[in-house]
Ligand binder design. Structure first.
Ligand code: 9MR
Length: 466
C-alpha cells in the first residue's frame, strides 16, 4: 500500500495534540473533583443551602430507595404523613406513627425535616370536612398547636398553610370550609404555629405561583407583604414548582424568587418536578437551580420524590432518578449547576420588615342571568392526569344547595375530590354541595375540585339548584 510520506507525520502530530488535550481535560477533571461535591446534599450545603426530597414512609423498607435518599439528600419532606388526615384522623386523636418514622430516619442521618402541612382545604379527615364556622376555626388552631408542639425542635420549617389561593385570573382566596371561617384564618394559623414552636420557620406554600405576571403569584405576594407590614409571623414562601407543558417553567422565575425574597422572607422551592426527559428536562432543572443560587434568600430546593416511579406524576418521568435508581441527565445538570454555580450567600432571617401594605381591588364575578346556577371549570392537565377546579355561581336568587353534573372523557377516572360530595368516578359523574358551601348568595360563587387520571379535555359542567 502506498501512502504519501507526510501522512504518518501528520497523524503523529494529531495524536500528540490529542493526547495533550486529553491530558489537559484529565487534569481539569482531577482539579475539579478534588473539591467538587459528588452528591446533591453536599453540594447544596457548600452553597449554604439544602437539597431535599419528598419521602413516603412506606418506602423506607425499600433499600434501593433509601440508598439514594441517604446518599444524596440532606432534607426530607414527608409526602403525605404530616397532613391533617394522617395526623388527626379522629378529632383530638393524634397519630404520628408514620411521620415519626420519617423524622427519625432523617434526623438520625443528619438530614433536616420540612413539615407539610398544617392547614389545607384538601386531605382533611372526614370529621373536619363536615365542620364549619367557629367550631372549625378552633379545631384548625388546635390541630396547628398540637402538631407543631409534637414536632417542636425536629422540624426546621413548616408549610403552615397550603394552597389557599384560587387558580385563574381572580387573585381571590380559594373557597373552602377554612376560608369561610373568616379571611383571617391564614394569619391565625401562623400565629398559633409561632406560639407553639417559636424556632421553626413558618412558610406559606402554593403552586402556580412561579410566573411573576400571574394573578395568583401577585395575590400571594400581596398577602406576604401585608403580613410582613402587620407583624404576622411569616418567615418563608414555598413555591411548589410542578412544571409541565401546561404549567411550564417561566422565564421570569428568578424575578419571582427575588421579588418574594425582597419582602424579607426566605424562598424555598418545595415540590419541584419537571415533566420531560433528556437534555430538555436537564436544561430546565439547571435553570431552576441557577435561579435559586442567584437569589440570596432562596435557601433550599426539594424535589417531589426520588425516582420517576415514586412521583405522583410517574408517567411524566419528572424526577432526577429513573425507575431503576439510575441518575438521569437531569441529575447531572443539577449537580453540576450546584457545583459550578456562583451563589449569593443567604443572609440570616431578620424579622420585622416594614413594607407598606398593597392596595388590591376586590375581585368581582358578574352574576349569571336568571335564578338557578351556572358552573365553569378550569383544568390543570399534565401527562396522565389533571386537577379540575369547578366554580359554581348563583343566579339572581340565593342558592341553598347545588348539583353539578359533567361527563368525563373515556379513560378518565377521578381519584379524589374536595369541597363536594361525589357520585361516580368515570363517565357521567355528579357533585353536590357539602354542609358549608351549599348556601351561595345571588351572584356569588363557591369552588370545589377533583383530581383524576387521564385527560380532562372538553369538560362542560352543568349546574342545577337543589
Ligand atoms: O404527592 C402527594 C400524593 O401522594 C397525594 O396523593 C396527593 C393528595 O392530595 O398529594 C400529593 O402531594 C401534593 C402536595 O401535598 C401539595 N401540592 C401538590 C402535591 C401533588 O399533588
Amino acid at each position: 500500500m502506498s501512502r504519501p510520506k507526510a501522512r504518518p507525520v501528520k497523524r503523529i502530530a494529531f495524536a500528540v495534540a490529542g493526547a495533550g488535550a486529553i491530558a489537559a481535560c484529565v487534569s481539569m477533571v482531577l482539579a475539579t473533583s478534588a473539591t467538587a461535591a459528588t452528591t446533591l446534599g453536599a453540594s447544596a450545603a457548600e452553597k449554604g443551602r439544602y437539597f431535599g426530597a419528598a419521602v413516603a414512609a412506606n418506602k423506607l423498607s425499600d433499600t434501593a430507595y433509601t440508598t439514594i435518599l441517604n446518599r444524596e439528600f440532606n432534607s426530607v419532606t414527608p409526602e403525605n404523613e404530616m397532613k391533617i388526615d394522617a395526623t388527626e384522623p379522629n378529632q383530638n386523636q393524634f397519630n404520628y406513627t408514620n411521620a415519626d418514622r420519617i423524622v427519625s430516619h432523617a434526623r438520625s442521618r443528619g438530614m433536616q425535616v420540612r413539615g407539610h402541612t398544617l392547614a389545607w382545604h384538601s386531605q382533611q379527615p372526614g370529621w373536619m370536612q363536615n365542620m364549619s364556622g367557629s367550631a372549625l376555626r378552633s379545631a384548625m388552631l388546635n390541630h396547628v398547636t398540637q402538631v407543631t408542639t409534637h414536632f417542636r425542635g425536629q422540624v426546621v420549617a413548616w408549610d403552615v398553610v397550603n394552597e389557599a389561593f384560587a387558580d385563574g385570573s381572580s387573585g381571590a382566596r380559594r373557597d373552602s370550609n377554612l376560608q369561610r371561617t373568616g379571611n383571617d384564618w391564614i394569619e391565625a394559623a401562623f400565629r398559633a404555629a409561632r406560639a407553639a414552636d417559636p424556632n421553626a420557620k413558618l412558610c406559606y406554600n402554593d403552586y402556580n405561583t412561579d410566573d411573576w405576571t400571574h394573578a395568583k403569584t401577585q395575590a400571594v405576594y400581596n398577602m406576604v407583604r401585608d403580613f410582613k407590614s402587620r407583624g404576622v409571623p411569616i418567615d418563608c414562601v414555598g413555591l411548589q414548582s410542578h412544571f409541565n407543558s401546561g404549567s411550564p417553567y417561566p422565564s421570569n422565575y428568578r424575578t419571582t424568587l427575588s421579588n418574594f425574597a425582597a419582602l424579607g422572607v426566605d424562598v424555598q422551592i418545595t415540590e419541584l418536578d419537571i415533566e420531560g426527559s433528556g437534555t430538555t428536562q436537564a436544561n430546565t432543572y439547571r435553570n431552576v437551580v441557577n435561579d435559586c443560587l442567584a437569589v440570596a434568600r432562596c435557601n433550599g430546593i426539594t424535589v417531589w420524590g426520588i425516582r420517576d416511579t415514586d412521583s405522583w406524576r410517574a408517567s411524566g418521568t419528572p424526577l432526577l432518578f429513573d425507575g431503576s435508581g439510575n441518575k438521569k441527565p437531569a441529575y447531572e445538570a443539577v449537580l453540576s449547576a450546584l457545583n459550578t454555580g456562583n451563589p449569593t450567600t443567604p443572609p440570616p432571617t431578620t424579622p420585622g420588615n416594614t413594607t407598606p401594605p398593597p392596595t388590591t381591588p376586590p375581585p368581582t364575578t358578574p352574576p349569571p342571568g336568571g335564578a338557578g346556577c351556572s358552573a365553569t371549570v378550569s383544568v390543570n392537565q399534565w401527562t396522565g392526569g389533571f386537577v379540575a377546579t369547578v366554580r359554581v355561581t348563583a343566579g339572581s336568587s340565593t342558592l341553598t344547595g347545588w348539583t353539578v353534573s359533567l361527563t368525563l372523557p373515556g379513560g378518565a377516572t377521578i381519584t379524589n375530590a374536595w369541597n363536594a360530595n361525589r357520585s361516580g368516578n368515570s363517565g357521567a359523574v355528579s357533585f353536590t354541595n357539602v354542609s358549608y358551601n351549599g348556601s351561595v348568595a345571588a351572584g356569588q360563587s363557591t369552588e370545589f375540585g377533583f383530581q383524576a387520571n387521564g385527560t380532562g379535555s372538553g369538560l362542560t359542567p352543568t349546574c342545577t339548584a337543589r
